[in-house]
Ligand binder design. Sequence first.
Ligand SMILES: [Fe+2]
Ligand SMILES: [Fe+2]
Length: 167
Amino acid sequence: MKTKFILSGNDLAFFFEEIKKIIYTKDYLELKKYHHHGKISTYSHSIKVAYLAFCYGKKRKLKLNYKELIRSALLHDLYFYDWHDKHNGIHLHGLFHPKKAVKNATRLYNINKKEKRNMAHHMFPLTLIPPTTKAGWIICLCDKMATAKDYKAMKLKKRALKNLKTT
Ligand SMILES: [Fe+2]
Ligand SMILES: [Fe+2]
C-alpha cells in the first residue's frame, strides 16, 4: 500500500510563508471569480498545483529553488477570464494562456527569468516546446495531476448527488 507523503512542520511553514505573499493580494484574489475545471476556481487550482509541486520536490529531496518553484506554480495560470465563455473573444486558450500568465506575472509580481521559464511551457505536450527547467517539468506534471484530481472530485460529487436523489 502506498504511504502518503507528509511535509515536515518546517517545510509546511515555509510553503505557507511563501504562498501568503501572493494569494492574498488583490489581483490574485481575482482568480476566485473564474471557473477553471467545473466549479473549481483558477485560484484553488493554482494553489493545488503549487502544493503538489512543492511536495513532489520535497518527497524526492530534489535540489531546487523552492521559492521560485512555489511562485511559478502559483502564477502559472494567471489570466483573468473564464476560458469556458465562448463570447470572451479569446481563441486557442490552451495554446496561448501560458504566455499571458507570464506577461501578467511579470507586470504584477515582478517574476525573474527563471520563474518565467518555469511557467512558459506548462501546457506541454499541447504546446510543442517542452519545459526547459527542472521546476518547469514538475509544474507541467503537477498541473496534470491537479487537473485529474479536479475532474475526479467533480465525478465523485456528481455520483454522490445522483445517489442521494435515488435514495
Ligand atoms: Fe494552464
Ligand atoms: Fe493549470
